[in-house]
Design a protein around this ligand. Structure first.
Ligand code: HEC
Ligand code: HEC
Length: 284
């Protein structure tokens, strides 16, 4: 055979080979891509169905907790048991339930029982950024409905602190107006809230705690927060929140709800009980 012809044929052959190879490559690539797409699709479908079932699970969980809260509200409280359970809370919230003046721990004494139960449930569900309390709410909910009835009934009847910490007293008139226009219809003339509607008492609460909650509501960190309230609070500046919190911290609860003196100590606890600092003199 002519050497040149041989080369030519070989060349054509190898070109054909190359073509074939790339065809195979192309086809197999396409097949690969197709199967990748199918895999991605099935992954997405799986993720979706997992998300669906997560959602269903968390909805079921939240229904379960709503039922528990409703049952707890209808239960007959045993205050002795409530007192024993409250020992687990007193190190932070203090034996009196007055919290700490720095606002790190809120006052819970005297809060409506409905609100106490709803907040505990929300913390338990992870709707509030409150990791310090989660182990305590977990074990409380694990004890069941009666424990929730007992502890919330105990806390709600504790007298409130006579001198909560307050703000600096700047622009109080403005605070009053902002409160009247935006907060009064739910939290009441005097910050007393409304038990049946789960509107909390916010009077008598420590300034820094109120301020932090308002900031957290603005920032969406209290996912349980009332939708209407959140919308309102989002439009306020941080300055305005400061002014409102200052005004709110000066609203006084009814005398019948407050301890007679600042030195009142919860007789259910021995005097040396270790607790968060409760002196508030520097704020008066
Ligand atoms: C380790 C400290 C700690 C312990 C123990 C603790 N809490 Fe709290 N609790 C907190 C903190 C901190 C907050 C406020 C978190 C925030 O800023 O949102 C809080 C908030 C709350 C609130 C919400 C108050 C409100 O005004 O919305 C309730 C109700 C409450 N606690 C009840 C309890 C009960 C009942 C127990 C015992 C079973 C308990 N806590 C044990 C630290 C504690
Ligand atoms: C539509 C009714 C409504 C309005 C209006 C409203 N709130 Fe509330 N607020 C609630 C409800 C319900 C809760 C309790 C559930 C939650 O966490 O959102 C709450 C919770 C709070 C809390 C947290 C209390 C605690 O103990 O942790 C603060 C502070 C508060 N509101 C302040 C305000 C201020 C200030 C305004 C006005 C700017 C306002 N709210 C307007 C319904 C309302």
């Amino acid at each position: 055979m002519n050497y040149l012809l041989f080369l030519k044929i070989n060349k054509t052959k190898s070109i054909l080979n190359l073509l074939c190879l790339s065809m195979v490559f192309f086809v197999s690539n396409a097949a690969q891509a197709e199967s990748n797409a199918a895999q991605a699709e099935s992954n997405a479908a799986q993720a979706e169905s997992e998300a669906e079932s997560d959602k269903a699970e968390s909805e079921a969980e939240s229904d379960k907790i709503d039922n528990l809260v409703n049952e707890a509200l209808n239960g007959i409280p045993d205050l002795e048991k409530g007192k024993a359970l409250y020992r687990n809370c007193a190190a932070c919230h203090t034996p009196e339930g007055w919290g700490s003046p720095s606002g790190r721990f809120p006052q819970i004494a005297g809060q409506h029982q409905t609100v106490l139960l709803k907040q505990l449930a929300d913390i338990r569900m992870g709707n509030r950024d409150n990791p310090t309390m989660i182990p305590f709410t977990n074990s409380l909910f694990a004890r069941g409905t009666q424990a929730l009835t007992d502890i919330s009934a105990y806390i709600t009847q504790l007298p409130m602190v006579p001198h909560n910490s307050i703000g600096r007293g700047m622009r109080l008139e403005e605070g009053k107006q902002l409160y009247a226009d935006n907060c009064k219809k739910c939290h009441g003339d005097n910050g007393e809230g409304e038990a049946e509607k789960f509107y909390p008492r916010i009077h008598g609460q420590h300034f820094d705690y109120v301020l932090r909650q308002l900031q957290w509501i603005k920032e969406g960190r209290r996912r349980n927060a009332d939708k209407k309230m959140t919308k309102q609070i989002k439009k306020f500046s941080y300055d305005q929140l400061f002014i409102i919190a200052d005004y709110v911290s000066r609203l006084r609860p009814d005398k019948s709800l407050v301890a007679e003196t600042h030195d009142w100590r919860n007789p259910d606890f021995r005097p040396g009980f270790m607790t968060a600092p409760r002196a508030v003199d520097r704020y008066r």
